[in-house]
Design a protein around this ligand. Structure first.
Ligand SMILES: O=P(O)(O)OC[C@H]1C[C@H](OP(=O)(O)OP(=O)(O)O)[C@H](O)[C@@H]1O
Length: 274
């Protein structure tokens, strides 16, 4: 039964939003709505224009018999800046202060809307770059990695600091935990990454950078390629940081456990935005 344009547009948009970075043929939509490809092409032109005007994302058109359309989620610089400022204000709350200059984030990292926004923001930062997997370390980095992997439509892999029989054989690296100058170990199942994989590293918090550095070491052990590093928040680390090339969404510029004061501002990503 032929489906009216208004109904096609609603369902088509829903389907595209639900399948980011997935190539969808015009034939698929033509069959789904029992409509001519020419009508579907007109529909997609409307969706593409609206997505572009609203900053929802890019609707890529891939020509040819094996072609189709691919929805690439994005977020505007303006929306990103506004959201990072809003998050900075939320974190500048003295009740979040933890010993050792850490900040309590677990409640935020459990909020579906925050994870959707953060996932979109980080995925948008790497627009146009080929990424095969998102890597993080258990535990608090996992929801961020899952959100980013959804918007990039790639798997995420979880590095662990403890050995688990259920991970099968693993590759492990030792690293200096920047916060405590301790030698720690992290490992990743050998099944997780193929050689040559292009890997985006994310985590919830960076202090000394030892954890991020450890994951970079694992990527080398897998003969994979590091695409970039983005952390949700970074501390104002006075020591020599193990990692220099990274992006942070938020920056804990000042914490004072004596006066119980904390000041959080947008991270270095803010300055990358136009
Ligand atoms: O930059 P560094 O000095 O290495 O510290 C950043 C680490 C420490 C903390 O993890 P934990 O709270 O220790 O572990 P979990 O995420 O499992 O809570 C955080 O999530 C980063 O992974």
């Amino acid at each position: 039964m032929k489906v009216r344009r208004s109904e096609r547009l609603i369902d088509m948009t829903h389907y595209l939003l639900d399948h980011p970075h997935e190539l969808i043929s015009l034939t698929f939509f033509a069959k789904r709505y029992d409509s001519a490809k020419s009508s579907i092409s007109e529909d997609l032109a409307i969706v593409k224009k609206t997505f572009n005007q609203r900053g929802t994302g890019i609707l890529e058109t891939i020509p040819g018999a094996a072609g189709g359309v691919k929805f690439i989620p994005t977020i505007t610089s303006e929306e990103t800046k506004g959201y990072l400022q809003e998050l900075a204000n939320r974190l500048s709350d003295q009740t979040r202060l933890l010993p050792g200059g850490y900040v309590y984030l677990s409640d935020l990292l459990g909020e579906p809307e925050l994870l959707r926004q953060v996932g979109r923001i980080i995925a948008s930062k790497y627009l146009g770059q080929e990424i095969d997997a998102v890597m993080t370390v258990a535990t608090k980095g996992v929801p961020i990695a899952q959100a980013v992997s959804y918007y990039l439509n790639v798997p995420f892999v979880i590095v662990r600091r403890d050995s688990k029989i259920t991970e099968g054989s693993t590759v492990s690296v030792n690293y200096v935990s920047g916060s405590s100058e301790r030698i720690e170990k992290m490992e990743l199942s050998k099944r997780s990454l193929k050689r040559g994989s292009r890997v985006l590293v994310v985590d919830d918090f960076m202090k000394g950078g030892g954890t991020i550095n450890g994951m970079q070491g694992l990527i080398e052990e897998f003969e994979a390629e590091l695409v970039g590093v983005t952390v949700f928040a970074e501390a104002n680390f006075k020591g020599k940081r193990a990692v220099t090339d990274y992006t942070s969404l938020l920056y804990v510029e000042d914490v004072d456990t004596q006066t119980k004061s904390i000041s959080v501002v947008p991270g270095n990503y803010f300055n990358e935005l136009d």
